[in-house]
Each structure stands twice: as structure tokens, then as C-alpha cells.
Design a protein around this ligand. Structure first.
Ligand code: GDP
Ligand code: MG
Length: 321
């Protein structure tokens, strides 16, 4: 990713002849910016937390679906601080080839992190990240254990967890409790750096990415266990200049049989997916939307490096050769 410098500020005072090294000018703080990688078991509440954090500034959310190394979920800019938030799907319990492919990306995201947030569900027993993620080496970046679902914890449970995990942050991604304090903790751990991204150039791409994720999510909600991992969503056309906004999207599956399942008898299921997805999209973009949704078969796309790349997944070495 390119480092873009927008803020030119002196961060060092001009030295004098006293032999005392110049010191940073504290009254003109450098901005802070860096990568925050979020890990956690499924259902820990990662998506909910990420939505809460980035939802405050949707216009500057910037995922990078084409990236071959990591997936940017969002950028949270507040005052002098910019946190680029990476998600790590597939880090834990990879079961399918695609998930194995994603584990490499997740490990890279962990490696690149300036701060790691290890999100755990407060209602469940808590295990160390290194065990859960089967990491060979400890995580290099400072790691904050974030206990989520604070709203459901009894005072007794909360107290015993606070005793056990003195360094943890406690949040509720649903109510937002503790999230501001967590962001302050994160900000203090980020390195001094100019902002890495502008906040306007990237809005359209991010909206497209989120729209495709919303459609995929909706399809997964309405499907049984077998098909979901075979579904990829691609936005073929996105016309914002008209009302309603026109979006043509394709759900790609691997086999004809999956296509039949997705379409359903008389097209019932795909219509239901389209309706539900459109409602989510409208809530997300805030304008009336026309969603033109198609289903296509791309045989075995999960096994083909160029297809994985096309859908924004990381391609591990052994697949790309
Ligand atoms: P992910 O798999 O880690 O991305 O988890 P999700 O964000 O999808 O959340 C899993 C479930 O936990 C959903 O039903 C959420 O509504 C719920 N959830 C997430 N955060 C909280 C929270 O702070 N409190 C409560 N009560 N439920 C939560
Ligand atoms: Mg999730």
C-alpha cells in the first residue's frame, strides 16, 4: 500500500549547539496511523464490532478487495488518528481449501499489524490467541484481548473476568459500551505516521465491496451448509448517478446443482435473497436501490488461482504456481 503524506508537520525541533539532541515538539503532535488486525473465533462479534467502529464514518471506509495480501475492512479516522482495520477470516479452523488459502492472508495480516485486537465472547471460556490460532510464534504487535458481549455478563462474571484478565478491554459491540475507550487504547499504540489514506477517493470502491458482501451474506443466511463456501459475489455494474441507484450483481457458484438451489423453485429463493439484500443495501447507502441479481456457474472457482484473485482472495504460493 502506498504511503500518502498529506500533513507536513515538523516533528523535530531544530537543535541548538548545546549538544542536547533535538526533541519532538510536543505541542504539534504527529498524527498516528497504522494497521489494526482483528482476530477472533466465529461469533465472537467481530463483524458487529467492525460495523460499529467504521459505521461512524462510512464515507471513509475503504476495503481493498483486490489486494493480494490483506483485506482492509475499514478505515477509522478520528482527529489525528487513522486506524486501518484488517479482518482475518479463515485464521481459525480452516476446513475448506478456500479457507486454507485465506489463512495465509490472515497470518500476513497478523504480521503486518501495529496492534492486534483479539476479540473473545465473554460468555464463553477464554483461551489464549496463540492456542486458538495455532500460531508457531507469538504475535509481534501489542495485542489487546477484547472481551465482547459485556451487556450479557452478570456482575459476578464480569468481576471474575476483570480479575483474571487484568489487561483486557471490555466492550459491547451491540450497545457500543467501552468501544470509545478501546479506540483510545488502540490510538495510543499506533505509531506516529502521516495518514496512510485520503478520506474521499476511496468511497465508491468501498461501497461496492460492502454491497457485494451484503449480498453474499444474505445468500449465506438463506442457504444450508453445503453451498455457502461456494458463493462469491461480484458487482458487475454500479450506477450511482441515477435514482434508484442501479446495481447489477452476480452470485457465482461452482456447480449447476448449486445454481438450482440458489434460484429455488420458480425463482423463489433468489427473489427472497434479492429483496432482503436490497433492504440491507438501502439501509447501508441511504438511497433507493434497484438490485439486479443473477446466478452464474463458474466451475470450481475456488480451486483456480485467477478466480480467487478476481474475487479478492489471497492466493497462497502452492496454488499460484
Ligand atoms: P463474528 O462471527 O465474529 O463476525 O460475529 P458477529 O458479529 O456475526 O456476531 C455473532 C453474534 O453475536 C450475532 O448474533 C451478534 O448479534 C452477537 N453479538 C455480537 N456482539 C454482541 C454484543 O456485544 N452483545 C450481544 N448480546 N451480542 C452480540
Ligand atoms: Mg462475521
Amino acid at each position: 500500500m502506498g504511503r500518502l503524506c498529506f500533513l507536513e508537520r515538523p516533528n523535530v525541533a531544530i537543535g541548538d549547539d548545546s549538544g542536547v539532541p533535538a526533541r519532538p515538539i510536543t505541542s504539534l503532535p504527529m498524527p498516528r496511523a497504522g494497521i489494526v488486525t482483528v482476530v477472533g473465533k466465529p461469533n465472537a462479534g467481530k463483524s458487529t464490532l467492525l460495523n460499529r467502529i467504521i459505521g461512524q464514518k462510512l464515507s471513509i471506509v475503504s476495503p481493498k478487495p483486490q489486494s493480494t495480501r490483506d483485506r482492509i475492512v475499514g478505515i477509522h479516522t478520528s482527529g489525528d488518528v487513522q486506524a486501518i482495520i484488517l479482518d482475518t477470516p479463515g485464521l481459525l479452523n480452516p476446513k475448506y481449501p478456500l479457507q486454507h488459502a485465506m489463512r495465509a492472508a490472515a497470518l500476513a495480516a497478523l504480521n503486518d499489524a501495529d496492534v492486534v485486537l483479539y476479540l473473545v465472547d465473554g460468555t464463553e471460556p477464554i483461551e489464549p490467541l496463540r492456542d486458538v490460532a495455532r500460531l508457531e510464534l507469538p504475535v509481534r504487535a501489542p495485542t489487546i484481548t477484547v472481551v465482547n458481549k459485556l451487556d450479557t455478563l452478570s456482575p459476578a462474571r464480569l468481576q471474575s473476568m476483570r480479575d483474571e484478565l487484568a489487561d483486557a478491554s471490555f466492550v459491547s459491540a451491540v450497545t457500543g459500551a467501552g468501544v470509545e475507550q478501546l479506540l483510545e487504547r488502540v490510538a495510543a499504540l499506533l505509531p506516529e505516521s502521516p495518514f496512510l489514506y485520503p478520506d474521499d477517493e476511496i468511497a465508491t470502491q468501498s461501497v461496492r465491496f460492502f454491497v457485494s458482501e451484503l449480498i453474499r451474506e444474505t445468500a449465506l443466511e438463506q442457504l444450508d451448509d453445503e453451498v455457502p463456501y461456494s458463493v462469491a459475489c461480484e458487482i458487475e455494474e454500479y450506477r450511482e448517478s441515477q435514482s434508484p441507484v442501479y446495481i447489477r450483481a452476480v452470485l457465482h457458484v461452482e456447480r449447476e446443482s448449486q445454481k438450482r438451489i440458489l434460484i429455488g423453485a420458480g425463482g423463489q429463493r433468489i427473489r427472497a435473497i434479492g429483496r432482503a439484500a436490497r433492504e440491507k443495501i438501502e439501509a447501508f447507502v441511504g438511497t433507493p436501490t434497484y438490485l439486479d441479481l443473477w446466478v452464474k456457474v463458474l466451475p470450481n472457482w475456488r480451486r483456480k488461482a485467477h478466480m480467487l484473485q478476481r474475487f479478492g482472495y489471497t492466493v497462497p504460493e502452492d496454488l499460484s504456481s
